[in-house]
Design a protein around this ligand. Sequence first.
Ligand SMILES: NC(=O)C1=CN([C@@H]2O[C@H](COP(=O)(O)OP(=O)(O)OC[C@H]3O[C@@H](n4cnc5c(N)ncnc54)[C@H](OP(=O)(O)O)[C@@H]3O)[C@@H](O)[C@H]2O)C=CC1
Ligand SMILES: O=CCCC(=O)O
Length: 336
Amino acid sequence: MCSGFCPHVPSLFRAKPISSSRIKPLLSFTVKAFSSQTSNPQAKADDVASNVGFLGIGIMGLPMAQNLLKSGCNVTVWNRTKSKCDPLITLGAKYESSPEEVAAGCDVTFAMLADPGSAVDVAFGKHGAANGLGPGKGYIDFSTVDGSTSKLISDRIKATGASFLEAPVSGSKKPAEDGQLIFLTAGDKPLYERVAPYLDIMGKSRFFLGDVGNGAAMKLVVNMIMGSMMASFSEGLLLSEKVGLDPNVLVEVVSQGAISAPMYSVKGPSMVQSHYPTAFPLKHQQKDLRLALGLAESVSQPTPIAAATNELYKVAKSYGLSDHDFSAVIEALKAK
Ligand SMILES: NC(=O)C1=CN([C@@H]2O[C@H](COP(=O)(O)OP(=O)(O)OC[C@H]3O[C@@H](n4cnc5c(N)ncnc54)[C@H](OP(=O)(O)O)[C@@H]3O)[C@@H](O)[C@H]2O)C=CC1
Ligand SMILES: O=CCCC(=O)O
């Protein structure tokens, strides 16, 4: 094992700065510096130091922790529902009975929780990770939350002397299984560099976006777009069927044109059959739209499409579809 230095990782490159004169007529905002890096396919536990903790073993946390274990990392896990840790314990993970105990025994601790409330509870609630943290340790939160929540968690973690990185992910269950996630990180740069080898085990690329809040904002903007795309696709599928077209052919036509997206090709065929196997729960997509609307409100940016889309997901939730895949939003457009 080496001490956090990863010889395989190529040197960091900086993205070309956007010319502010070019964008000023359209938008007025501060262009933030960022850097991105594709990950190292050879990433493995030999490249990284120490014991890692993983809190939150849900749809995403399970495959992410599995990939760390399969790469030879020493992983200690905790989940509110303990039984979800069983497949990881079988793979060799150690189990601790609270976030505090996990953080106390690990050099770096990752968290992948449902929403702002659970991210806060696990980070610094009763028996939360903060109780087990201190100087030299790191806490990395992968949960999709808003910037204010992330800053609050950051403050409470840093008050212990530990370092904090927010690192929400783009990519769903399958990319998590395949180690193909995209990390949108912000916060402590030395911690980012220290955990880069772990991120490279779980993902295909990583962005460092500066101050805490920028990773959360990037993630919310991406998911705001995604939620609207899915709602629009749903309308198209239903309209095509109503006018006598085969929606399966629509899926194929879309896949070959300018609006092609993996999401449509992957989810379209099952949506046509009213089948929504959960990769990204609908309740989380609605949470992200709600948080994105808050972000837009904070800077007075009109987002009428996202606002209408959010209402549609709320209707889908009222139909009991919270735990179905977010593609089940199409049900909210069907006449009942
Ligand atoms: N699924 C996806 O495609 C993606 C999801 N995300 C984001 O990642 C995060 C996790 O998503 P995902 O894995 O799909 O979600 P899941 O709903 O499958 O998992 C949520 C996790 O949070 C835990 N949890 C929920 N409430 C609490 C609480 N009050 N206290 C402690 N733990 C709690 C759950 O524990 P328990 O098992 O006990 O319920 C579970 O471990 C979310 O923020 C989501 O928006 C990001 C990218 C893709
Ligand atoms: O937050 C969930 C994102 C899902 C995806 O990127 O496919």
